[in-house]
Design a protein around this ligand. Structure first.
Ligand SMILES: Nc1ncnc2c1ncn2[C@@H]1O[C@H](COP(=O)(O)OP(=O)(O)OP(=O)(O)O)[C@@H](O)[C@H]1O
Ligand SMILES: [Mg+2]
Length: 318
């Protein structure tokens, strides 16, 4: 089982979007995917429609240090509102499950949603706070059930982000090619490296870190800043590799999020290619695998060379 945490100290760079779409793509390829929404603002929880909403979620999982069925919600794909041809969607028996973020409560008196810090407070009093997510998912019960776990995090340093980093086999860091985001990418990544390297005395090491340029635009500014980000390899102590695959700013992403489907369903050609390329580079063991609808504009009869059946061995490796 591969655990991927998507982190960035900058908000709005595409963490949730990448989690949802990588999860949707892998599930469509036939993998068993568990998404964990470790952001106290539950964007990933709301990204897809649920066919089953478990009574509990993140708080219970972390406080127990174990993941049981009462914390696992099921995602409905396609959603009830889906009107397209679903005959080649999600047909390989993959799973898309979710540990929902449950830290928000409705304040009756003031009629507002409160994003509760109770879980962060609980963690801050625990000596083992760094390993609470790892404990919950790195055991036989979970590793035999899922091929990949994808953890979404909040755009700020904190105990939840630390625990998500510690649980990961690989970190994915989206970086937006504008100057403010690029600076934040550099300082935020350094902070992350320092924070987790200092836990090295306790026997922990920071997992491989891969940055992906998201929101890429074909403008001089975007190109210049993308090169600048790529040149930070030494500055970032050789710890962060910037991926070749880039994700452009395209309307298919917000559209897919509105339709509550993975982006490669909305735009099988452009977004489909982008997501496959990204996935193949990120996890080389899936290289050459396609989702059944890949290049869905072609009639099914012409798609045969692209509709690879998933391997019988579905283990994902970093
Ligand atoms: N490649 C893209 N092209 C176009 N829009 C995008 C792209 N990636 C993300 N977006 C949009 O940008 C917005 C922010 O993305 P997202 O919510 O994934 O960021 P985030 O890093 O999770 O933010 P936060 O820090 O608030 O959790 C969303 O409206 C999303 O649809
Ligand atoms: Mg988010």
């Amino acid at each position: 089982m591969l655990t991927l945490s998507v982190v960035a100290t900058k908000g709005g760079v595409g963490k949730t979007t990448l989690c949802a779409n990588i999860g949707g793509l892998l599930a469509d390829m036939g993998y068993r995917v568990l998404l964990i929404d470790a952001d106290i603002q539950p964007a990933l929880t709301r990204h897809f429609q649920l066919s089953y909403e478990a009574p509990n979620g993140l708080t219970t999982m972390i406080q127990r240090g174990a993941l049981a069925d009462d914390c696992i919600s099921h995602i409905r794909l396609p959603p009830e509102s889906f009107r397209g041809d679903d005959s080649v969607l999600n047909v390989r028996g993959g799973l898309l499950h979710l540990v929902r973020s449950d830290t928000q409560t409705w304040d009756e008196e003031r009629e507002v949603m409160r994003y509760d810090s109770a879980l962060q407070d609980w963690l801050s009093n625990r000596l083992d706070r760094l390993v609470r997510i790892r404990m919950a998912i790195k055991n036989d019960a979970v590793t035999s059930k899922y091929d990949v776990v994808i953890i979404d995090t909040q755009g700020a340093v904190g105990h939840l982000q630390d625990a998500a980093v510690n649980a990961a086999d690989m970190l994915l860091i989206p970086a937006k090619p504008d100057i403010v985001s690029a600076r934040e990418f550099i300082s935020g990544s350094l902070l992350l490296i320092d924070r987790h390297e200092s836990a090295g005395n306790m026997g922990y090491s920071i997992p491989p870190m891969k940055a992906v340029i998201n929101h890429y635009q074909n403008t001089v500014d975007s190109r210049t800043i993308t090169s600048l980000i790529r040149e930070q390899f030494i500055e970032l102590r050789g710890k962060v590799t910037v991926m070749e695959a880039m994700v452009p700013a395209i309307a298919a992403f917000p559209k897919a999020s509105t339709a509550q489907v993975p982006v490669h369903w909305i735009d099988p050609v452009k977004a489909g290619d982008i997501m496959h390329r990204l996935m193949w580079e990120l996890v080389p063991s899936v290289e050459g695998k396609f989702t059944p609808n890949h290049r869905g504009d072609l009639p099914v009869s012409q798609r045969t060379e692209n509709t690879h059946e998933p391997d019988t061995d579905l283990t994902l490796e970093a």
